[in-house]
Ligand binder design. Sequence first.
Ligand code: CA
Length: 222
Amino acid sequence: MRILLVEDDPMIGEAVREGLRLEGYAVDWVRDGRAAESALATEAFAAVLLDLGLPKKDGMALLRSLRERKASVPVLVITARDTVADRVAGLDAGADDYLVKPFDLDELAARVRALVRRAAGRPEPLITRGAITINPATREVTVAGKPVPLSAREYALLMALAERPGIVLSRGQIENRIYGWGEEVGSNAVEVHVHNLRRKLGEDAIRTVRGVGYTLAPNTRA
Ligand code: CA
Protein backbone atom coordinates (compact mmCIF):
# COMPACT_ATOMS: atom_id res chain seq x y z
CA MET A 1 0.00 0.00 0.00
CA ARG A 2 1.45 3.30 -1.11
CA ILE A 3 1.59 6.31 1.20
CA LEU A 4 2.61 9.86 0.31
CA LEU A 5 4.58 11.55 3.09
CA VAL A 6 4.83 15.35 2.78
CA GLU A 7 7.31 16.62 5.37
CA ASP A 8 10.21 19.09 5.14
CA ASP A 9 11.81 18.19 8.47
CA PRO A 10 14.49 15.58 7.62
CA MET A 11 14.50 13.89 11.03
CA ILE A 12 10.75 13.53 11.33
CA GLY A 13 10.47 12.51 7.65
CA GLU A 14 13.13 9.83 8.02
CA ALA A 15 11.58 8.44 11.21
CA VAL A 16 8.06 8.33 9.75
CA ARG A 17 9.24 6.77 6.50
CA GLU A 18 11.18 4.03 8.29
CA GLY A 19 8.35 3.41 10.76
CA LEU A 20 5.78 2.98 8.00
CA ARG A 21 8.11 0.84 5.89
CA LEU A 22 8.43 -1.55 8.81
CA GLU A 23 4.62 -1.70 8.84
CA GLY A 24 4.77 -2.89 5.22
CA TYR A 25 3.82 0.34 3.41
CA ALA A 26 5.56 1.70 0.32
CA VAL A 27 6.35 5.31 1.28
CA ASP A 28 7.03 8.14 -1.15
CA TRP A 29 8.55 11.10 0.68
CA VAL A 30 8.43 14.63 -0.74
CA ARG A 31 9.69 17.73 1.05
CA ASP A 32 7.63 20.62 -0.31
CA GLY A 33 4.10 21.46 -1.39
CA ARG A 34 4.80 21.64 -5.12
CA ALA A 35 6.45 18.21 -5.20
CA ALA A 36 3.44 16.88 -3.29
CA GLU A 37 1.10 18.33 -5.90
CA SER A 38 2.88 16.71 -8.80
CA ALA A 39 3.07 13.37 -6.95
CA LEU A 40 -0.69 13.51 -6.28
CA ALA A 41 -1.39 14.38 -9.91
CA THR A 42 0.45 11.33 -11.24
CA GLU A 43 0.17 8.57 -8.63
CA ALA A 44 -2.59 6.89 -6.65
CA PHE A 45 -1.97 6.81 -2.89
CA ALA A 46 -3.82 4.93 -0.16
CA ALA A 47 -3.28 7.90 2.19
CA VAL A 48 -1.39 11.19 2.52
CA LEU A 49 0.50 12.31 5.63
CA LEU A 50 0.67 16.07 5.39
CA ASP A 51 2.77 18.57 7.33
CA LEU A 52 1.29 22.09 7.27
CA GLY A 53 4.37 24.33 7.40
CA LEU A 54 5.97 23.50 4.03
CA PRO A 55 8.20 25.32 1.52
CA LYS A 56 6.74 26.41 -1.87
CA LYS A 57 3.14 25.63 -1.04
CA ASP A 58 1.61 25.55 2.42
CA GLY A 59 0.01 22.27 3.53
CA MET A 60 -3.36 23.92 4.15
CA ALA A 61 -3.42 25.42 0.63
CA LEU A 62 -2.46 22.03 -0.77
CA LEU A 63 -5.27 20.36 1.16
CA ARG A 64 -7.82 22.90 -0.06
CA SER A 65 -6.84 22.52 -3.72
CA LEU A 66 -6.89 18.72 -3.34
CA ARG A 67 -10.47 18.80 -2.03
CA GLU A 68 -11.55 21.44 -4.58
CA ARG A 69 -10.72 19.00 -7.35
CA LYS A 70 -12.69 16.32 -5.48
CA ALA A 71 -9.71 14.08 -4.71
CA SER A 72 -10.94 11.60 -2.11
CA VAL A 73 -7.57 10.31 -0.86
CA PRO A 74 -7.56 10.23 2.96
CA VAL A 75 -5.33 12.92 4.50
CA LEU A 76 -3.78 12.79 7.95
CA VAL A 77 -2.37 16.17 8.96
CA ILE A 78 0.82 15.96 11.05
CA THR A 79 1.84 19.32 12.43
CA ALA A 80 3.31 21.30 15.27
CA ARG A 81 0.43 23.79 15.08
CA ASP A 82 -1.64 22.61 17.95
CA THR A 83 -4.22 25.25 18.79
CA VAL A 84 -7.85 24.22 18.66
CA ALA A 85 -8.40 26.80 15.89
CA ASP A 86 -5.66 25.16 13.76
CA ARG A 87 -7.14 21.71 14.22
CA VAL A 88 -10.63 22.91 13.35
CA ALA A 89 -9.32 24.74 10.27
CA GLY A 90 -7.44 21.63 9.12
CA LEU A 91 -10.43 19.33 9.53
CA ASP A 92 -12.73 21.87 7.86
CA ALA A 93 -10.31 22.13 4.92
CA GLY A 94 -10.78 18.40 4.30
CA ALA A 95 -8.32 16.57 6.56
CA ASP A 96 -9.58 13.20 7.78
CA ASP A 97 -7.48 13.13 10.92
CA TYR A 98 -4.97 15.24 12.81
CA LEU A 99 -1.86 14.37 14.78
CA VAL A 100 0.19 16.92 16.73
CA LYS A 101 4.01 16.71 16.85
CA PRO A 102 5.75 15.18 18.62
CA PHE A 103 3.76 11.99 18.13
CA ASP A 104 4.30 8.33 18.76
CA LEU A 105 5.02 6.21 15.67
CA ASP A 106 2.73 3.43 16.90
CA GLU A 107 -0.12 5.90 17.17
CA LEU A 108 0.63 7.24 13.69
CA ALA A 109 0.58 3.69 12.26
CA ALA A 110 -2.72 2.94 14.02
CA ARG A 111 -4.29 6.12 12.64
CA VAL A 112 -3.08 5.31 9.12
CA ARG A 113 -4.65 1.85 9.39
CA ALA A 114 -7.93 3.37 10.55
CA LEU A 115 -7.89 5.91 7.69
CA VAL A 116 -7.22 3.28 5.05
CA ARG A 117 -9.89 1.05 6.56
CA ARG A 118 -12.52 3.79 6.54
CA ALA A 119 -11.58 4.84 3.01
CA ALA A 120 -12.11 1.26 1.85
CA GLY A 121 -15.57 1.29 3.48
CA ARG A 122 -14.52 -1.41 5.91
CA PRO A 123 -15.74 -0.70 9.44
CA GLU A 124 -14.49 -4.07 10.69
CA PRO A 125 -10.78 -4.31 11.51
CA LEU A 126 -10.24 -7.81 10.06
CA ILE A 127 -10.18 -8.54 6.33
CA THR A 128 -11.53 -11.96 5.36
CA ARG A 129 -11.26 -13.43 1.88
CA GLY A 130 -12.31 -17.07 1.75
CA ALA A 131 -10.17 -18.99 4.24
CA ILE A 132 -7.67 -16.11 4.48
CA THR A 133 -7.95 -13.64 7.35
CA ILE A 134 -5.75 -10.56 7.61
CA ASN A 135 -5.39 -8.47 10.74
CA PRO A 136 -3.93 -5.13 9.59
CA ALA A 137 -3.25 -4.04 13.18
CA THR A 138 -0.90 -6.93 13.88
CA ARG A 139 -0.14 -7.84 10.23
CA GLU A 140 -1.06 -11.39 11.19
CA VAL A 141 -2.36 -13.60 8.40
CA THR A 142 -4.14 -16.88 8.95
CA VAL A 143 -5.40 -19.54 6.56
CA ALA A 144 -8.28 -21.56 8.00
CA GLY A 145 -7.24 -20.27 11.42
CA LYS A 146 -3.57 -21.28 11.12
CA PRO A 147 -1.02 -18.41 11.30
CA VAL A 148 1.09 -17.96 8.17
CA PRO A 149 4.24 -15.81 8.51
CA LEU A 150 4.76 -13.49 5.52
CA SER A 151 7.62 -11.19 4.53
CA ALA A 152 6.87 -7.43 4.37
CA ARG A 153 6.56 -7.54 0.55
CA GLU A 154 4.39 -10.65 0.55
CA TYR A 155 2.15 -8.98 3.08
CA ALA A 156 1.98 -5.78 1.01
CA LEU A 157 1.09 -7.83 -2.09
CA LEU A 158 -1.63 -9.73 -0.23
CA MET A 159 -3.07 -6.46 1.11
CA ALA A 160 -3.10 -4.97 -2.39
CA LEU A 161 -5.02 -7.97 -3.73
CA ALA A 162 -7.38 -8.03 -0.74
CA GLU A 163 -8.16 -4.30 -0.95
CA ARG A 164 -11.45 -4.90 -2.73
CA PRO A 165 -13.14 -8.23 -3.47
CA GLY A 166 -12.63 -9.28 -7.08
CA ILE A 167 -9.95 -6.68 -7.82
CA VAL A 168 -7.50 -7.72 -10.59
CA LEU A 169 -4.09 -6.05 -10.55
CA SER A 170 -1.51 -5.99 -13.32
CA ARG A 171 2.16 -6.53 -12.55
CA GLY A 172 2.77 -2.78 -12.93
CA GLN A 173 -0.05 -1.91 -10.54
CA ILE A 174 1.31 -4.36 -8.00
CA GLU A 175 4.85 -2.92 -8.32
CA ASN A 176 3.33 0.52 -7.79
CA ARG A 177 1.61 -0.54 -4.61
CA ILE A 178 4.39 -2.47 -2.96
CA TYR A 179 7.49 -0.48 -3.91
CA GLY A 180 8.23 3.21 -3.26
CA TRP A 181 10.13 5.54 -5.56
CA GLY A 182 13.74 4.77 -6.17
CA GLU A 183 13.44 1.24 -4.84
CA GLU A 184 15.12 -1.36 -7.01
CA VAL A 185 12.49 -3.69 -8.53
CA GLY A 186 13.81 -6.89 -10.12
CA SER A 187 12.12 -7.78 -13.44
CA ASN A 188 10.46 -10.90 -12.03
CA ALA A 189 10.04 -9.65 -8.44
CA VAL A 190 6.24 -9.74 -8.55
CA GLU A 191 6.20 -13.28 -9.97
CA VAL A 192 8.52 -14.39 -7.19
CA HIS A 193 6.28 -12.87 -4.50
CA VAL A 194 3.17 -14.43 -6.09
CA HIS A 195 4.92 -17.79 -6.20
CA ASN A 196 5.89 -17.54 -2.53
CA LEU A 197 2.41 -16.42 -1.49
CA ARG A 198 0.86 -19.38 -3.30
CA ARG A 199 3.27 -21.70 -1.55
CA LYS A 200 2.28 -20.24 1.84
CA LEU A 201 -1.45 -19.61 1.34
CA GLY A 202 -2.31 -22.51 -0.98
CA GLU A 203 -1.67 -22.91 -4.72
CA ASP A 204 -5.19 -21.72 -5.61
CA ALA A 205 -5.07 -18.63 -3.38
CA ILE A 206 -4.00 -16.31 -6.21
CA ARG A 207 -5.42 -16.74 -9.67
CA THR A 208 -3.59 -15.56 -12.80
CA VAL A 209 -5.94 -13.72 -15.14
CA ARG A 210 -4.32 -14.27 -18.51
CA GLY A 211 -3.10 -11.08 -20.13
CA VAL A 212 -4.44 -8.94 -17.26
CA GLY A 213 -2.82 -9.78 -13.96
CA TYR A 214 -3.56 -11.41 -10.64
CA THR A 215 -6.60 -11.72 -8.39
CA LEU A 216 -7.23 -13.23 -5.00
CA ALA A 217 -9.29 -16.39 -5.43
CA PRO A 218 -12.30 -16.02 -3.12
CA ASN A 219 -12.89 -19.68 -2.27
CA THR A 220 -9.45 -20.44 -1.00
CA ARG A 221 -9.21 -23.43 1.29
CA ALA A 222 -6.12 -24.49 3.16
CA1 CA B 1 7.35 21.76 8.38
